[in-house]
Write a protein that binds this ligand. Structure first.
Ligand code: GLN
Length: 242
């Protein structure tokens, strides 16, 4: 590992990796290496300090209790704030997304403070749990193709004025507010409800994170036929009548 390595930090795999989220780490790592980058991957357990020198931080989904424990530890640790102030990229899924916001409802039914790194607030949905395939058109400003994923959450996430919706759903619930939005982002901090793992199903998002981290507009192309076939297969399975 050299000092110039791209540093990918996987936050709390012991608490927030219920849904195969390691796949997101593997995809970012592989796509960086395919572009000839030297990569340092740091898996940071919840009893360890979060490093502040990471370039990309990935946070996964989790069940309600581990989600509360992760939020408590990240608030206490404080290093993720510093990393974001230093310009780091954060990409979080589901429980991780909720933790990035101002607050969510924890496993004890109480309002739990989040990190406030995204201007979103999560309440407990009164309706059925949001479970199923998602197809969503990503914010055109990000210039990426349609997203595919799988959601599984009870929380409903409301966006404040400084958070942009990451996407608009064509299929699925996304943020669950009924306005069709899915996920949120602001500058270098991204949250989504899509599992999948989402970056394996949408590697263009992994490339977006790499471009932001490297501060470049384009990356050398990769052979994405396998990903495209998976995307087409998921889109046709999700849109087929039952
Ligand atoms: N516990 C949260 C919810 O149900 C997040 C679940 C998840 O990460 N899939 O809203």
């Amino acid at each position: 590992m050299s000092d110039n390595s791209l540093r990918i930090v996987w936050v709390y795999p012991d608490l927030l990796s219920t849904y195969g989220d390691q796949g997101n780490v593997l995809v970012v790592e592989r796509r960086a290496r395919q572009r000839g980058l030297d990569v340092a991957r740091l898996d940071v357990r919840s009893d360890q300090p979060i490093p502040t020198s990471g370039d990309i931080y990935l946070i996964g989904g989790g069940e309600d209790r581990p989600q509360r424990l992760a939020a408590e530890r990240l608030r206490r640790d404080r290093h993720l704030y510093q990393a974001v102030n230093n310009g780091a990229i954060v990409f979080a899924v589901c429980a991780g997304y909720q933790i990035l916001g101002h607050e969510f409802v924890n496993d004890l039914g109480q309002r739990e403070p989040g990190l406030g790194l995204l201007d979103v607030t999560t309440t407990r949905g009164e309706g059925e749990r949001c479970v199923g395939d998602v197809l969503a058109d990503i914010d055109p400003r990000l210039g990426l193709p349609q997203l595919t994923g799988f959601e599984n959450h009870q929380g409903v996430t409301h966006l404040g004025p400084t958070a942009r919706p990451l996407a608009q759903v064509r299929l699925g619930k996304g943020n669950g507010t009924g306005d069709g939005t899915e996920g949120a982002y602001n500058d270098t901090v991204f949250g989504t409800y899509m599992h999948g793992p989402v970056l394996a199903r949408n590697p263009q998002i992994a490339d977006l994170l790499l471009k932001l981290a490297l501060d470049v507009n384009a990356l050398p192309p990769t052979d994405d036929r396998w990903f495209e076939a998976l995307r087409d297969e998921r889109i046709s399975a999700a849109t087929q009548p039952a």
